[in-house]
Design a binder for this molecule. Sequence first.
Ligand SMILES: [Zn+2]
Length: 257
Amino acid sequence: MLSEENYFSKDNNFKYCGSSQIKSFMQCESKALAELKGEWIEEPSKALLEGSYLDAALSGTLNEFKENHPELFKKDGTLKAEFLQAEVALERIKKDEMFMKYVNGDNQKIMTGQIAGIPIKIKIDSYHKDKALVDFKYIADFKYQYNPITNQRENFVTRWGYDFQATIYQKIVEQNTGKRLPFFIAAVTKEKQPDLALLSIPDEVIDIKLSELEQILPHIQQLKEGKVEPTRCEHCDYCKATKKLTKIIDYRDLDLV
Ligand SMILES: [Zn+2]
């Protein structure tokens, strides 16, 4: 059984594909595999910890979270600037009745299922039984995000693969409950004056993303089972750290992604 404690354990990460794991494989297969095997530890980003701080606040477990994360505090025992800013965002959303209604479902609800025959695990920030799935996001701002791979400016939802996350969550919940529930993003920004929004991801987008996932997942499973060799992206920190020079390249051929 998956629980809050073992959700991200090495065994369960091998047994199940989760949303962030799938996104990691889509970014760089070699890095994702090295991470799973424990050969590469991605430095936990400050951004991730800020998001977790707010997740804990919304789930009513902030005191416990503070006890387990001394890195939140300065030497004098006060919160570091980024977590004081998280408090500002928290105060802002608490003033919004609609926002709070959406994030106050059953918090961190875990479910498992399958997509394309591959075992999947999900952890829903706020689950409203028979009604809705809500994921909470704490992001820099609502501005365009540049994607070097597509060379386009994108909406943050597409840029960070939240459309894939919506698809995975909706599908697994449907398998568990027999109901296709709408997926919403409850987002607040890190700006000095935080902005906030409740966003839907329409079923027509989810249908397209589902067929993309069904194509990608069997390959990810083969990578995890060691049946195919991973490809390197040559741009992430893992690839930079493990790069081995074997030849001189013409400067005009340098990949400038
Ligand atoms: Zn890479």
